[in-house]
Design a protein around this ligand. Structure first.
Ligand SMILES: [Mg+2]
Ligand SMILES: [Zn+2]
Length: 210
């Protein structure tokens, strides 16, 4: 069984964009690809898990999404980075496209995409990680039994339940990868654990996963 690094797409792998619909809307964060390559070299399967309710809202089609993801995969391939899987949820309960307007078990915070990937790709969820920029990502990762890192884009209030609490918070996705790679290579936690400014007054704590 292989371990995975589950990556949210929008705001985590690529820069935030309000309902991207074209390949050029997906811009990889600078400096991220070499770190993903490093994780891949350590044996992590890289798996994209993305909510795409824009499909249920009628903003784009699944074909549009395939074109965007082919382009994203090609950009990553320039750095030797290979996505082992791309999982997306096209649903939303009150969407305007009937075929996608339903509740489902794949829209994060549900763990459906991670569980499906684990079955498809023979992944060991207990030794896998998820990185995402909102607590719905973290909850999906936690529910699947993974370790989780929240990338702080300044949007998330302190988690109100344990299932939404990440193992670590990072300043950005490159920082998240640096933390993950450090832990996986046996580094002792040296630098202080990062917390978003708005969390520092709350009782929330995070701790590196062992
Ligand atoms: Mg996101
Ligand atoms: Zn779904």
């Amino acid at each position: 069984m292989q371990r995975a690094l589950f990556l949210d797409r929008d705001g985590t792998l690529v820069e935030p964009y309000h309902y991207p619909t074209l390949p050029e809307h997906l811009r990889l964060y600078p400096g991220l690809a070499p770190r993903l390559y490093h994780a891949q070299c350590l044996g992590f399967a890289l798996v994209l898990v993305t909510n795409q309710s824009g499909i249920a809202r009628g903003y784009l089609t699944e074909d549009d999404l395939q074109v965007m993801h082919a382009s994203l995969a090609a950009n990553l391939a320039c750095f030797g980075v290979h996505l082992s899987g791309i999982y997306y949820c096209p649903h939303m309960a009150d969407g305007s496209v009937p075929q996608y307007a339903r509740a489902c078990d794949c829209r994060k915070p549900a763990p459906g995409m991670l569980l499906r990937a684990a079955a498809d790709l023979c992944l060991d969820l207990r030794t896998s990680w998820l990185i995402g920029d909102i607590l719905d990502d973290v909850e999906a990762g936690n529910r699947a039994g993974c370790r989780t890192i929240l990338v702080d884009l300044g949007t998330e209030a302190p988690p109100e339940s344990a299932i939404r609490r990440p193992n670590l918070v990072a300043r950005d996705t490159c920082h998240a990868l640096d933390l993950l790679l450090g832990i996986e290579q046996g580094e002792k936690a040296g630098s202080p654990v990062y917390l978003p400014p708005s969390w520092r007054q709350s009782a929330v704590s995070v701790a590196p996963a062992s």
